[in-house]
Design a protein around this ligand. Structure first.
Ligand code: HEM
Length: 202
């Protein structure tokens, strides 16, 4: 294990695997619900609702586990950042991904035990996990208990507004997932980061 650092403890790997599987389930059932018609549905409508509900509840539980674990273990420190100079660091990383990497330049922020994420990873994980995830979890919970929603909000049904926010956030997270998987292929080899998420070692 020379030159390797243990970056992904077992709880991160198990949470991440469950989170990814639940996300895929939610995306497929969510798309089926969104685009179903009387003539055609990818998954039977009532099944899609039940699977989406169960996967959504499981995702909420997994997310609460992630929040607590990040709060009470050292993994949370990797998500802390200083706003000062953040834009410069992110732009530097973006420049590396778009130009430097093709010129065989060294990564500006190499991964180490002190720096698990480069600035771009860090900012995107913080936004996704601490902004978008709470939005999708809260709106999903509200849609699960529609009776708590106001019938009229600025002249529009409360359910309608919350549903819209839920769907837009769902699409944003789906786009994140595709971009995230693409960026994960940029490692020492195309599969290196995926192997790290399996065995914990980078
Ligand atoms: C099939 C789907 C997915 C695959 C293959 C995948 C792959 C990976 C890999 C290889 C890593 C380790 C490299 C790195 O740290 O960047 C990683 C980390 C991470 N992924 Fe994913 N991912 C998937 C879905 C998701 C989803 C849906 C989310 C969130 C909504 C997510 C959030 C994260 C976070 C927060 C980390 C860092 C975890 C930590 O070390 O604290 N991933 N992912």
């Amino acid at each position: 294990m020379k030159n390797q650092v243990y970056l992904y403890p077992i709880w991160v790997r198990l949470w991440h695997l469950l989170n990814a599987l639940l996300f895929l389930t939610l995306i497929v059932t969510g798309l089926s619900l969104q685009y179903s018609s009387n003539d055609y549905s990818l998954i039977r409508f009532d099944w899609a609702i039940s699977i989406h509900d169960i996967a959504g509840i499981a995702l909420c539980v997994a997310y609460i586990f992630y929040l607590f674990s990040n709060r009470f273990t050292s993994n949370g420190t990797y998500y802390q950042f200083h706003l000062t100079g953040m834009l410069v660091r992110v732009l530097k990383q973006l420049r590396y991904y778009s130009i430097g990497i093709f010129k065989n330049e060294d990564a500006p922020y190499p991964i180490s035990i002190d720096r698990k994420f480069n600035p771009l990873q860090k900012i995107s994980y913080v936004i996704v996990m601490y902004v978008f995830m709470p939005i999708i979890v809260i709106t999903g919970t509200a849609l699960f208990f529609p009776e708590i929603l106001p019938t009229d909000l600025f002249g529009i049904s409360g359910i309608h507004i919350v549903d819209l926010i839920h769907i837009v956030t769902g699409f944003a997270l789906s786009i994140f997932m595709a971009v995230h998987i693409y960026f994960c292929t940029i490692g020492k080899t195309a599969l290196a980061n995926f192997k790290s998420m399996i065995n914990g070692w980078h």
